[in-house]
Design a binder for this molecule. Structure first.
Ligand SMILES: *Cc1c(COP(=O)(O)O)cnc(C)c1O
Length: 368
């Protein structure tokens, strides 16, 4: 018997290239798009190691855990790094970036996470891009958690390295990911003696052996199943319309914020300003006296199907994450998540109103 997951013809170079072109269309970019054969951390690390070296001075914006990792990689490459950290309940502002660049005019690289699924904030990437471009620094953007949930426009925003993954709002596979690379970024890599070559981390290998060769021969056997899943995911987004997919995420975030307040019991949005809250996932602050990780564990016992998680590391005490992305960007999932949190709070003797929360979610969804 033929096994659909096993007995497949090899993925051709032409099919691989057509999937890259689809990603380029999703990003509205004319830049080169490279699909890398690993989870998003592969292009995230490859892009930093390719462009940064001892001559680099970087501004690394930290609005969540990934920013910390980027700073570590940059330092490991020998770069001088200035960290700009903001509290996780806010976004960074373009003005803060402008000030940091003015204080250290030698900065020639800026790294930013667009939206943070882990902390629930989203940063004004378009405005920051304009500031970075004016300063002529290279702009590196982690758009893994924003793509599919809100606009991601590398060309319009002046992003030189824009990394995406399909596993969040795109509702796709985690095993392959993509990066768009500007001419300036390629030039920086070509001039960087420390840029990985003949390495799994190397973007230059893909440039020299795949793109410059007219995309005729792949570097190695591709992750075929993941590539097919990415293609299917792009087809589905095209069929639904990217605007529709993004609107579902916006609705899910707005309904979660309002529904949590309606639920009561002291639950509140973690990110203070709605405009700084990411459409991909909503973080909530646990009521005082309640440990977020314990509350989430109880809620998952009540309903194991809801996309709830506690914050990572030290945030596990106070932060609840509602990961309403991909297939979970629905009114039903948001309602069920709040109901599970309500049930768990009720068990702890906290007074909540699950029906009111459900009502608010339904009303908000209907309006949008
Ligand atoms: C999810 C995510 C990634 C991918 O990392 P995983 O931990 O493997 O999911 C990278 N950057 C951001 C901002 C993300 O939200």
């Amino acid at each position: 018997m033929t096994q659909p997951l096993l007995d497949l013809p090899p993925l051709s170079a032409a099919r691989f290239a057509s999937i890259e072109d689809r990603v380029a269309r999703l990003l509205c970019t004319e830049q080169d798009v490279v699909i890398m054969q690993g989870e998003a951390l592969l292009p995230l690390e490859g892009a930093i190691r390719g462009t940064a070296g001892p001559g680099t001075t970087a501004l690394n914006v930290i609005t969540g855990p990934y920013g910390q990792t980027f700073g570590d990689w940059l330092r490991d490459c020998g770069a001088t790094v200035y960290d700009l950290a903001v509290p996780f309940h806010t976004a960074v502002t373009a003005e803060q970036v402008r000030q940091a660049l003015a204080e250290h005019p030698e900065i020639d690289f800026v790294s930013l996470v667009h939206a943070e699924a882990a902390t629930g904030n989203t940063n004004p990437a378009a405005e920051i891009g304009a500031v970075v471009r004016e300063h002529r620094a290279l702009f590196y953007l982690d758009a893994v958690a924003s793509i599919g949930a809100e606009p991601v426009l590398p060309d319009a925003w002046g992003v030189d390295l824009c990394v995406i993954g399909a596993q969040k709002a795109m509702g796709g596979p985690a095993g392959v990911s993509a990066v768009s690379v500007s001419e300036r970024a390629w030039a920086r890599m070509a001039a960087n003696p420390g840029a990985p070559r003949r390495s799994y981390l190397s973007l230059l290998d893909w440039k020299e052996r795949w793109i410059d060769g007219g995309r005729k021969a792949l570097l190695h056997a591709p992750a075929q199943l993941e590539m097919l899943a990415l293609e299917a995911c792009l087809e589905r987004i095209e069929a639904d319309g990217l605007e529709t997919v993004m609107a579902r995420h916006r609705s899910a975030a707005a309904a979660t914020r309002a529904g949590a307040v309606a639920l009561g019991g002291g639950l509140e949005p973690y990110v203070h300003e709605a405009s700084e809250a990411a459409p991909v996932a909503t973080t909530l602050r646990a009521p005082s006296g309640v440990v977020a990780a314990e509350l989430v564990a109880r809620a998952l016992e009540c309903d194991p199907g809801v996309p709830l998680a506690a914050g990572g590391g030290a945030l596990a005490k106070e932060m609840i994450r509602v990961n309403h992305y991909g297939a979970d960007a629905t009114a039903e999932t948001v309602s069920a998540s709040l109901a599970a949190l309500g049930a768990a709070l009720g068990e702890l003797g906290v007074d909540v109103d699950v029906e009111r929360a459900r009502g608010v979610v339904g009303e908000l969804w209907g309006q949008r």
